[in-house]
Design a protein around this ligand. Structure first.
Ligand code: THU
Length: 133
């Protein structure tokens, strides 16, 4: 299990990778793998705003592109610089519900040290999934 302090520091490093010239709101995310590997993600924006992608999804998609799957993932962390803790948007929650185990902890930090931990299932109860199709 990764130490929370280490995850916090890695999330801050991930945040520096953000490309957020429109919102100026940088978010970092880190997928923690059970093998100890850390996969960093950050939000990347576009002038066609709807094409912006959140930090959480860039990290999760990278993990999948490296061949990892939900059973390889121990946790995910994210961080933003705001008074209120940054919680994942609805799209990221849906992606988390399918690409992470529902019991996976989601660590949410602010750069000034506030934190909240919830499982994916707590963030998106009764999620739509393949069994609903
Ligand atoms: N954003 C994230 O990357 N993750 C979140 O959990 C919330 C929002 C990004 C999207 C956009 O680039 C910027 O923050 C402002 O919404």
């Amino acid at each position: 299990m990764i130490e929370k302090k280490v995850l916090f520091e890695e999330c801050k490093k991930a945040r520096e990778l953000a490309c957020a010239p429109y919102s100026n709101f940088k978010v970092g995310a880190v997928v923690v793998l059970k093998n100890g590997e850390l996969i960093h993600g950050a939000n990347i924006e576009n002038s066609a705003y709807s094409l912006c992608i959140c930090a959480e999804r860039t990290a999760i998609f990278q993990a999948y592109l490296k061949g990892y799957r939900k059973n390889d993932i121990e946790a995910i962390g994210l961080i933003g610089d705001s008074k209120k803790i940054v919680t994942p948007c609805g799209s990221c929650r849906q992606v988390m519900s399918e690409l992470l185990d529902l019991k996976t902890p989601v660590y949410m930090f602010t750069v000034d040290g506030k934190e909240l931990v919830q499982t994916v299932e707590q963030l998106i109860p009764f999620s739509f999934d393949s069994e609903n199709l």
